[in-house]
Design a protein around this ligand. Structure first.
Ligand code: FMN
Length: 141
């Protein structure tokens, strides 16, 4: 049976400075795939990374290693707004096992400095750090 949209439980956290919900941190420790959507002149675009590749900076940004992501970079230059979804079947959610989030934020590609060096030590193949400043986290499951 389908859940009516009005009864669909969602929790949105608007970001306080340096705050990433603990549930998101828990998800990032489990196996899974992250989706990152951008919008360019040619329309929407979607790429992925692994949960385990995402790092959190001291000021609460999500740092993602970009080995490729050339079209994503061009889209971010056109429009910095990004949508990210991530989840894990192994973390408790709103209705039992399994949870995930929709994150809205603004992105930048960084090619030098501490945010770049932090990821370079774990991912020698990266050409840039995709840094996302989150604006809201909605728990969707
Ligand atoms: C599960 C999965 C994980 C991926 N992880 C990365 C990653 O960490 N970094 C990256 O640059 N591309 C990663 N990719 C490839 C990207 O999704 C994307 O196709 C590629 O970077 C090209 O991006 P572009 O279309 O923006 O140029 C991954 C793909 C999959 C399916």
């Amino acid at each position: 049976m389908q859940t009516p949209i009005s009864a669909y439980k969602r929790l949105t956290y608007y970001r306080k400075k340096s705050m990433i919900p603990d549930k998101v941190k828990e998800i990032l420790k489990k196996d899974g795939i992250v989706a990152i959507a951008t919008l360019g002149q040619d329309g929407p675009h979607l790429v992925n990374t692994w949960n385990s590749y995402v790092r959190i900076s001291a000021d609460g940004r999500l740092l993602i290693p970009a080995g490729y992501m050339h079209r994503t970079e061009a889209n971010v230059a056109f429009n910095p707004e990004v949508l990210i979804t991530l989840g894990s079947s192994k973390v408790e959610g709103l209705r039992g096992a399994g949870t995930g989030f929709l994150i809205k934020g603004k992105a930048a590609f960084i090619t030098s400095g501490p945010d770049f060096d932090l990821l370079k030590s774990s991912f020698p193949w990266l050409r840039a750090t995709l840094a996302v400043t989150p604006e809201s986290f909605t728990q969707t499951l």
